[in-house]
Design a protein around this ligand. Structure first.
Ligand code: GLN
Length: 482
């Protein structure tokens, strides 16, 4: 049955779940859907994509639950025979020989690859300005950053260049760009989704998750992504699977507001605080019980994260030696010189900074003072969450201390850039699930256009089903879906 091909513009208005319904009802074919999204992606003026799919026959199963609605994938996921750079010059020319489990699971569920998205080099950054392939622009204000490190994925979804996307989050890299671009971003529990084929930054923190227009789409993707994978011994999936959110109210649910990550936190913009407070009132109107709580060690999360992640990165990045992957710079017949030249030309400034920091933190004389101490802080932070979850079902904070900032505003000040993860790093260290949903808009401090503000909600480990339910009820009340 031939139905008129919907204009890309119309498709862009739909959530992926709505598109799936239309395909299921025969109003649209999977092929038409794919073509329309290829057209949309071809109009990328944001530098969101590093690679997009060819036209031609598809291998994904459009009978699967995701019905052929294609997915944008952060360029940190290996894709067989398709360029995979992790945003780094050192991987230019690298063609993986296998595909990441996450991408395979999505294809198996009926979501074929639409394109590979730009990102901060090796996922190190909060603005996408650390990509070797140029920054990504925020679709809501092109003079501003989309956040990072999954900035290409966030901008693609928010800018109508992809129906949905996946990214990775080590300290905030899904939630913060989702917040800055006004979409939904979910970091699942550590171990819910396989890391196999996901280029490693900090292996004890990295987690794959969805960036979507709404909470239902995030649940659909998580349902396909989560699962035990024999290729990743830290993956266990989500017991009982993932349900689609159905809850309308928050009756009987207790929400804790950690003082250290809201009222007492330094550097939270006044517009962000005002939006956050309005959202707390809305949670109350929906029947949720809101009260203040404590996460006494959470103000040290960022410091711990920026010791542990570089330490792990310094080990993970040792493999880029010019022999095995991508770039090789000639060493005039000398092996050590080849290594040196390849690494000094292949890595960008932030990656080098992290390798040096991490190597230092792991060195014999300083290991205990830095790495050991950061591990102890990590344990304290996990204990703080465990204590808070004795009294509360969920904790809520602003996702990002600020709305999207201007391109270049923080590139010369790495510590200011690192503060972007102030509210998101604690959950990464504790390995618990956390979601960012659009909560409204606010002006930046000092004036400017109104930009999206994200609300972060977190839950105990493997509490994704309840988390998605609560987030969906709040999302409905906010009515800020598109
Ligand atoms: N922004 C943090 C960093 O630069 C975290 C990045 C991430 O979550 N991948 O390391």
């Amino acid at each position: 049955m031939a139905s008129p091909r919907p204009a890309g513009g119309e498709l862009v208005e739909l959530t992926a779940a709505e598109t799936i319904e239309r395909i299921g009802a025969g109003e649209l074919s999977a092929e038409e859907c794919f073509e329309a999204w290829l057209d949309a992606a071809a109009g990328d003026e944001l530098n969101a994509y590093l690679w997009t799919a060819d036209r031609g026959p598809r291998t994904a199963d459009s009978n699967g639950p995701l019905r052929g609605v294609p997915i944008a994938v952060k360029d940190i996921f290996c894709t067989e025979g398709i360029p995979t750079t992790a945003g780094s010059r050192i991987l230019q020319g690298f063609l993986p020989t296998y595909t990441a489990t996450a991408v395979e699971r999505l294809a198996g569920a009926g979501a074929p690859l639409l394109g590979k998205t730009n990102m901060d080099e090796f996922a190190m950054g909060s603005s996408n300005e650390n990509s070797a392939f140029g920054p990504v622009l925020n679709p809501l204000d092109r003079a501003r950053v989309p956040g990072g490190s999954s900035g290409g994925s966030a901008a693609a979804v928010a800018g109508g260049l992809a129906p949905w996307a996946i990214g990775t989050d080590t300290g905030g890299s899904i939630r913060q760009p989702a917040s800055l671009c006004g979409i939904v971003g979910l970091k699942p529990t550590y171990g819910a989704v396989s890391r196999y084929g996901m280029i490693a930054f900090a292996s004890s923190l990295d987690q794959c998750g969805p960036l979507t227009r709404d909470v239902t789409d995030a649940a659909l993707l998580l349902r396909a992504l989560a699962g035990r994978d024999l290729c990743d011994s830290t993956s266990i999936g989500i017991d009982g699977g993932v349900d689609l959110p159905a809850r309308q109210d928050l009756e009987g649910l207790r929400f804790g507001v950690p003082r250290e990550l809201s009222a007492e936190a330094e550097g939270i913009e006044s517009g962000v605080t005002a939006t956050f407070e309005r959202t707390l009132e809305m949670i109350g109107e929906l029947g949720g019980e809101v009260s203040e709580c404590e996460l006494p060690h959470s103000s040290h999360a960022l410091s711990a994260c920026y010791i542990l992640a570089p330490a792990e990165a310094s080990a993970n990045l040792a493999r880029y030696d010019g022999v095995r992957y991508g770039l090789r710079v000639d060493g005039d017949g000398d092996l050590a010189r080849m290594y040196e030249r390849t690494r000094s030309r292949g890595f960008g400034a932030e990656v080098k900074r992290r390798i040096m920091l991490g190597t230092y933190a792991l060195s014999a004389g300083y290991y205990d003072a830095y790495y050991g101490q950061a591990q102890r802080v990590r344990t304290k932070i996990s204990e703080d969450f465990a204590t808070a979850f004795e009294r509360f079902d969920y904790l809520v904070t602003p996702t990002s201390p600020t709305v999207a900032f201007e391109l270049g505003a923080r590139t010369e000040r790495p510590l200011a850039m690192y503060l972007s993860d102030y509210c998101t790093a604690p959950m990464s260290l504790a390995g618990i699930p956390a979601i960012s949903i659009p909560a409204g808009r606010a002006e930046p401090d000092g004036g400017g256009p109104e930009l999206p503000v994200g609300l972060q909600i977190c839950a105990p480990a493997f509490g994704e089903n309840g988390l998605l339910d609560a987030a969906s009820a709040i999302e409905r009340a906010i009515g800020f879906r598109r």
